[in-house]
Design a protein around this ligand. Structure first.
Ligand code: FE2
Ligand code: FE2
Length: 273
């Protein structure tokens, strides 16, 4: 049972293609009943057949009650993204792309629950593209948001290296309400509330097919990783699907986290089965 003074956030990890979107939609009714979230946030960078996101995907997420879509290194994979990215305030590309990159990396949302909160999408640099510093860029954004009176600030940190993710959590402990990692697609068991009351987890996992390599067909990864041959990856579309993510409760008065829990819901069969 959640207390009336908390704002409950549900964040879902990278949604992989058709199976991921279908699993997310299939879980929603029971998920809402069980957790009673005040907002839904998804990482949508893999929504369009594993790579990028289309306008149709964006509209579908919003139609199902998602309030912010974060992203990462695959955000530009579909050409059409450039055409619509400025049209949806709740659709974010990483904030630490260079200046003048299309789109935006943060949004302030006036929730129907009466709570005003911000979501920031950011990306790491270790084993990834050498973009602007995520630490200083996000710190500056948080300072600005606080000047505007926003107390609840949520950050999706899309990064490869666990060390960079942990450092990011520690660097912004006490500044953000919650920081969760995405991109590796594997949920980590280190969810915690840091000493200065920021909820943190290194990776919240993914939504898609279970019998896969991070959502993609095992045969494709075999060709790439074992055989060292060129491959065009596609998402696995058969077998059980799952949704992974976190629930975070944030004190509405202080903006501090009071609770974090991982979730993993498994469904019996993939789409079309
Ligand atoms: Fe991803
Ligand atoms: Fe990624």
């Amino acid at each position: 049972m959640k207390s009336s003074n908390v704002f409950r956030v549900a964040a879902f990890g990278d949604i992989i293609g058709d199976p991921g979107r279908k699993a997310f939609i299939a879980c929603l009714r029971a998920f809402r009943e069980k957790w009673q979230p005040d907002t839904l946030i998804v990482n949508g960078e893999n929504a369009a057949h594993g790579f990028g996101i289309t306008r149709t995907n964006v509209e579908e997420f919003f139609q199902y009650g998602v309030e912010a879509i974060t992203s990462g290194n695959h955000v530009w994979q579909k050409k059409e993204t450039f055409e619509f990215i400025d049209k949806y305030p709740g659709f974010l590309r990483p904030i630490n792309f260079p200046e003048n990159t299309p789109g935006h990396g943060s949004v302030v949302i006036n929730s129907p629950t009466g709570v005003r909160f911000a979501v920031i999408s950011a990306m790491g640099r270790i084993y990834m593209e050498p973009i602007e510093c995520p630490f200083h860029t996000v710190e500056r954004e948080i300072e600005q948001l606080k000047k505007e009176g926003v107390k609840i600030i949520l950050v999706d940190f899309h990064a490869e290296a666990t060390s960079e993710k942990q450092m990011f959590g520690r660097y912004l402990d006490g500044k953000a309400s919650a920081i969760w990692g995405t991109h590796t697609h594997i949920q980590t068991a280190d969810e915690t509330i840091l000493p200065n009351k920021t909820a943190y987890i290194t990776d919240i996992g993914m939504c898609g097919c279970q019998e896969s390599i991070i959502g993609m067909k095992i045969a494709d990864s075999y060709r790439k990783i074992v055989q060292h041959l060129p491959v065009r990856f596609s998402p696995e579309e058969n077998g059980p699907t799952f949704v992974n993510g976190i629930i975070v409760d944030i004190d509405k008065t202080t903006g501090q986290a009071v609770f974090i829990s991982r979730f993993k819901e498994v469904f019996g069969a993939g789409p079309g089965k």
